[in-house]
Ligand binder design. Structure first.
Ligand SMILES: Nc1ncnc2c1ncn2[C@@H]1O[C@H](COP(=O)(O)OP(=O)(O)O)[C@@H](O)[C@H]1O
Ligand SMILES: [Mg+2]
Length: 358
């Protein structure tokens, strides 16, 4: 009998830190374990929130570079020139703000892996440089003539169809082929039969702990609604809704009224995704509405109750984006470093941050 999967002999159990045992994910776990044995470039493809970053981390952990650094760069978050300097470093004076020499993230990842997230948003100039790094493992710092060689494993991710981007002329075909040695397709959550429930329970546990809450179970109609929903924002969206439900819950059951109307309400409307995380306005207004409807009648700190969790989440995400470097985060936020430091302390976020750039 022919094997169902070409890699059936490879362990298909969930990777450390990943939840879900659907057939679609089993294939992902197998591919990741296979890829971890090699040094080839890996391309992670999947909609936003499907776990590309999580897989990239697991892949590094499983590889023989595990004791080396794992460096993540979000190529979509920086302008072209900042990204070039971020990736390759620069020498003093190569542009206005280059007040001293700086090593880039490729050098920082030497001996380990670099995760190039949102690779589809790189400019054509940068794509040329990336192609050279992939082929020769060498580059020059911005403004320098000296060639630097690195030993780095490249893991790239894209949430759009790169073949289409190539056809539209926005991505170099040769770079795609270089990256595409080992492609791993992350299935959307709506195609992972059985995983929604496992993930919902997993996040329930996490947010109970985080909020010192004890929402022990999920009401059957709430679970049915979660299973039926089409999850345009995938696991991240589910995580979001479970967190919100735990924060808002009064009793020990996650009832369906705690879920957004797109999940529980009109299924046809949900299918056309009237409410999705990218719909900023409806997300914000629903969040505020939900919180206002839950505050005590004669509260005197409504402002703080609504704004504080938003501020905290902003800090968490920016710090993560800046690799926990406060100087950079303060710059990005446009506030001074002392203010940032104070805010991080107020939100109980000060432990994991680095004091300064190095
Ligand atoms: N299979 C999974 N098990 C547990 N958590 C997951 C899983 N997939 C994604 N997540 C969580 O969902 C969120 C989004 O995942 P991420 O890796 O950032 O997705 P992507 O990079 O594809 O946008 C993260 O908080 C991540 O920890
Ligand atoms: Mg991501």
């Amino acid at each position: 009998m022919a094997p169902k999967s070409p890699f059936e002999a490879v362990d298909g159990s969930p990777l450390p830190g990943l939840i879900g045992n659907s057939t679609a994910m089993t294939e992902v776990y197998r591919m990741t374990r296979m890829a971890a044995r090699s040094h080839a470039s890996v391309l992670l493809l999947g909609e936003t929130g499907t776990g590309k970053e999580l897989i990239a981390g697991a892949l590094h952990q499983l590889s023989d570079r595990e004791s080396g650094p794992f460096v993540r760069v979000n190529c979509g978050a920086l302008t072209e020139s900042l990204l070039a300097s971020e990736l390759f470093g620069h020498v003093k004076g190569s542009f206005t703000d280059a007040v001293k020499d700086r090593t880039g993230r490729f050098e920082a990842a030497h001996g380990g892996s670099i995760f190039l997230d949102e690779i589809n948003s790189t400019s054509s100039t940068l794509q040329v440089k990336l192609l050279r790094v992939l082929q020769e493992r060498e580059f020059e710092r911005v403004g320098d003539t000296k060639t630097v060689s690195v030993d780095v494993r490249v893991i790239a991710a894209s949430n759009c169809d790169l073949a289409k981007t190539v056809a539209e002329g926005d991505f170099r075909e040769d770079l795609l082929w270089r990256l595409n040695v080992l492609p791993i397709n992350l299935p959307p959550l709506r195609k992972r039969t059985g995983d929604v429930e496992l993930l919902a329970r997993h996040f329930l546990e996490i947010y109970n702990r985080k909020n010192q809450a004890s929402v022990k179970s999920i009401a059957p109609d709430a679970m049915a609604a979660l299973n039926d929903y089409n999850w345009p924002g995938n696991v991240r969206e589910l995580q979001n809704y479970v967190e919100r439900a735990v924060v808002l819950a009064q009793g020990d059951v996650l009832e369906s009224y705690l879920l957004p109307s797109a999940v529980t309400g009109d299924r046809a409307a949900a299918a056309s995704a009237v409410f999705r995380p990218s719909d900023e306005e409806s997300l914000v207004s629903e969040f505020v509405f939900n919180r206002i409807s839950k505050v005590e009648e004669n509260t005197d700190d409504l402002y703080k109750q609504i704004v504080a969790p938003v501020e905290r989440e902003l800090l968490v995400q920016v710090m993560e984006n800046c690799n926990h470097t406060q100087t950079k985060a303060a710059q990005l936020l446009g506030i001074n470093r002392n203010t940032l430091y104070k805010k991080l302390q107020e939100c109980g976020l000060s432990k994991s941050s680095k004091g300064d750039d190095s």
